[in-house]
Design a protein around this ligand. Structure first.
Ligand SMILES: Cc1cc2nc3c(=O)[nH]c(=O)nc-3n(C[C@H](O)[C@H](O)[C@H](O)COP(=O)(O)OP(=O)(O)OC[C@H]3O[C@@H](n4cnc5c(N)ncnc54)[C@H](O)[C@@H]3O)c2cc1C
Length: 415
């Protein structure tokens, strides 16, 4: 059995993993990055549209260009990559990870581990849509991979369910490749994706967006032939008499990403609702030597944020192996209006970077972070929408002076 040793072991070579690896290696420790695919970049490799890197590189790149820029940085840092290696399980007692590889089972012992395995797509089966068992139903990521990497089209006439960014981007991509996209349906009364993507991917191509609408049946014989959609009331119940038939051979699902935590869910704490790894603001899990970042923690809309959080995990892992410290940490709670938050704990005496997604649109509101009744941070009044993540930075001095060492509460206050 193959056995290797390293200071820091990173699982996953997407933006989060590469950000973590570069930051750690630049501090002089040894780093191995293990990736199940034959190359680095993760999901970025199939996202050939632009819109990546405006914050991190101060330039606009496509997904593969962003991945290439990061990967080039790893070349200067002496990081060892092991491709075609799949994480099977962890041996917590011996701080060792176990992989399947072409050379057989491989063990890698480390001083600190950074888990950055990204997210997976919610599948058709989870939607409980009745109908025939037909081909022609794809998740948006699979349709994107077929179109952009394998140079094959999923079909000729498509309906898209879900108006998250991936669905919107695929509506435009398929249209550009000659597929007729008849509509994008969204069960919520507001779109799930960024405003810029609604304009650039739907409005510019005349693709209708049907809000409060979902797919209620799929029909076909072997291949998909017909999709039935229905309108929904404010409680998401089907409004009878609103059924509409669409003659399509392809249904593309963009119904959400779920953090990829299956191989590690027995080892450290996972959020029971979102399935993301629970971390503090240093990206440390409830095991002091294991850190995590990127879409396996929460689903980010920008790769820049993922890379920053990866870097934080890299810095914290180095700090842990050099200083072995395990400072106290205190819970950060979700108050009114907050749907998703990273992180879940605040480490005392550290600067805090929070990523927040509201649970429904607010036309005029402000974000407040408080400890008991002391307000630590108050954002300017603005509009909030669930598709646009809010990033807040608060200096340690601001927090530790007023913090009662119990918990921090984040909330959105309507104005
Ligand atoms: C369609 C789409 C469009 C997007 N558009 C934009 C945009 O315009 N602008 C923008 O800034 N962001 C965009 N994003 C978001 C951004 O691309 C992602 O948030 C970011 O790339 C995620 O990085 P990650 O490292 O967390 O995950 P990933 O890129 O998924 O990387 C995780 C890596 O871990 C590996 N892995 C998983 N499990 C294992 C295992 N068991 N063993 C070994 N390796 C494993 C995977 O193979 C993968 O390489 C988009 C995302 C998508 C999907």
């Amino acid at each position: 059995m193959n056995r290797l040793e390293t200071d820091i072991l990173v699982i996953g070579a997407g933006a989060a993993g590469m950000g973590a690896a570069i930051c750690a290696a630049n501090s002089g420790v040894s780093v191995i990055v293990v990736e199940r695919n034959p190359d680095a970049g993760g999901i970025l490799n199939q996202c050939i549209h632009n819109g990546f890197g405006l914050h991190y590189f101060k330039k606009e790149f496509t997904g593969p260009e962003f991945a290439y820029q990061l990967y080039s940085k790893t070349k200067e840092s002496g990081i060892q990559f092991l491709f075609n290696h799949f994480l099977l399980q962890l041996d917590l007692k011996n701080k060792t990870a176990i992989f399947a590889s072409e050379e057989g089972i491989k063990l890698i012992a480390c001083k600190a581990l950074i888990y950055t395995a990204g997210a997976r797509e919610r599948p058709f089966g989870s939607l409980l849509i009745p109908g025939d068992r037909v081909s022609g139903i794809f998740t948006a990521g699979v349709a994107q991979r077929l179109t952009n990497i394998e140079n094959r089209l999923p079909g000729t006439k498509a309906l898209i369910l879900g108006s998250g960014d991936i669905g919107l981007i695929m509506a435009r991509r398929l249209t550009l490749e000659g597929v007729e996209v008849v509509a994008v349906c969204e069960r919520m009364p507001y779109p799930g994706g960024l405003a810029r993507n609604i304009d650039q991917c739907l409005k510019d191509f005349g693709i209708p967006l049907l809000l409060s609408t979902t797919v209620t049946e799929v029909r076909g014989d072997g291949r998909l032939r017909e999709v039935i959609t229905s309108s929904l009331d404010e409680n998401y119940n089907i409004i009878e008499g609103t059924q509409r038939s669409w003659s399509v051979d392809t249904l593309v699902l963009s119904v959400g990403l779920v953090p990829s935590t299956t191989p590690i869910m027995d080892y450290f704490s996972i959020d029971s609702k979102s399935r993301g790894v629970i971390v503090d603001n240093c990206m440390r899990t409830d095991k002091d030597w294991i850190f995590s970042a990127g879409n396996c923690v929460i689903i980010y809309d920008l790769v820049d944020y993922v890379t920053y959080q990866g870097e934080m995990a890299g810095r914290s892992a180095v700090n842990y192996i050099k200083n072995g410290n395990n400072p106290a940490r205190y819970p950060i709670k979700k108050g009114n209006g907050v749907g998703v938050i990273n992180c879940s704990y605040y480490v005392e005496n550290s600067d805090l970077e929070l990523y927040i997604r509201v649970n429904k649109p607010k036309e005029k509101a402000k974000l407040v972070v408080r400890s008991d009744n002391t307000i630590i941070y108050e954002g300017k009044p603005s509009a909030f929408i669930p598709s646009e993540m809010v990033r807040v930075k608060i200096k340690a001095e601001k927090i530790d002076d007023s913090f009662k060492k119990s918990s921090l509460v984040t909330e959105i206050i309507d104005l």
